[in-house]
Design a protein. Structure first.
Length: 375
């Protein structure tokens, strides 16, 4: 069994990120025993990289974060409820190239499936598509854990559509949807600049989802709501208002995101297979590319939460759980702001927090460089 570091101040990747996770569990209302279980799982996912001192370079060039920390946290907010804590991990960080990383990720997932008694058959059906013998792209496999009371998380896996080449991404996504029974789903997706991720819910989900993530470079404010295939005019107006707030656009500002900024992302979730219609939609704004510093990003997050009737107090506590630095001293702690709509459920706001185990990105200056995306 993986042991928790005895000294929480030990300057290793595992001690640093596990400490953040334990403190975030308290913010999310999870008990000490659950926090310890989830911290151990994080260390297991990191494998040998957990013992790597932070004064060394990151174990690999992880696309998961700006400073290559293979861990990202997020909190999903709804009114009158504690936030739901999630952690996104790259289990194969430091294992070698994409092929080795993918195999390490599969081993971790299958070990978790054995421990928590869930099937991986849907993932197994797609292994040749997303984990070929010589995969390409910026990553092979990520795993997200949604942390619940009781020490058994919900599990999600993220795969790279560009694993067989960026020019085959669309073909890979279409074939993956077909194999999983969603034969009509691909044609319902909006146009996009790139297929970013293909994701599956594994294990104990009420309605397991298949999700397709798309990149939209230089997206105009008026175009944001048109990406959704879920809901009606009220939801579309809500999406556009969220986009303007998160991106810092004024009411009459129709400019696009600009080539120097990361693309906005859309996620299209499918549950039923009959008609090909998405049952869920999420818009992700990479807020760190639209602000001077994290003080601005947090102000926008608080505004979005208030617009949806959510108390922002837990967000302030979460920031304090992750870092002791002032928000004005860097940009990238708040990585994304997201708004999710799912049929039959209230909208959900998610704030993504970077671990910053290795580096703090300085406040934005007057010039920017294009930031690469996965592929």
């Amino acid at each position: 069994m993986t042991r928790l570091p005895k000294d929480p101040g030990t300057p290793t990747l595992g001690a640093f990120t596990a400490g953040q996770l334990v403190r975030l569990c308290d913010v999310a209302g999870l008990g000490a025993s659950d926090a310890e279980v989830y911290a151990r799982i994080l260390l297991e996912a990191l494998g040998p990289a957990a013992a790597r001192p932070l004064d060394l370079a990151p174990p690999s060039a992880s696309f998961l974060s700006d400073d290559h920390t293979p861990v990202e946290f997020s909190l999903a907010f709804q009114p009158d409820a504690p936030p739901t804590l999630r952690v996104l991990l790259e289990p194969g960080a430091g294992a070698g190239g994409p092929a080795e990383s993918g195999r390490a990720g599969l081993r971790f997932l299958r070990a978790m499936a054995h421990r928590w008694h869930f099937a991986t058959d849907r993932l197994d059906e797609l292994e040749d598509l997303f984990l070929p013998s010589s995969p390409q792209g910026a990553f092979a496999l990520w795993c997200a854990l949604e942390l619940r009371p009781g020490g058994v998380p919900k599990v999600k896996v993220y795969l790279n559509p560009a694993a067989s080449g960026q020019n085959r991404s669309a073909e890979t996504v279409r074939e993956a949807l077909r194999r999983l029974g969603h034969r009509r789903a691909y044609r319902t997706l909006p146009s996009a600049d790139r297929h970013l991720f293909f994701a599956l819910d594994l294990g104990d989900w009420e309605e397991p989802r298949v999700k397709v993530y798309l990149a939209h470079q230089d997206l105009a404010a008026a175009e944001a709501s048109g990406l959704s295939r879920v809901g009606g005019r009220a939801e579309q107006a809500e999406i556009q208002a969220f986009f303007r707030t998160a991106a810092g656009y004024g009411a009459g500002d129709e400019q696009g995101a600009g080539p120097a900024r990361r693309p906005v992302q859309s996620c299209h979730a499918f549950t039923g297979t009959a008609d090909g219609r998405a049952s869920g939609f999420t818009l992700y704004v990479p807020v760190r590319d639209y602000v001077r510093h994290d003080g601005d990003a947090l102000e926008r997050a608080v505004t979005v939460l208030g617009d949806h009737g959510v108390d922002a107090g837990p967000l302030a506590a979460a920031v304090a759980a992750v870092t002791s630095r002032r928000p004005q001293d860097g940009t990238g702690l708040v990585a994304y702001l997201a708004l999710a709509h799912q049929r039959g459920r209230p909208p959900r706001v998610t704030v993504y927090l970077s671990s910053e185990a290795y580096q703090v990105r300085p406040p934005a200056g007057t010039s920017r460089e294009r930031v690469p995306v996965a592929g």
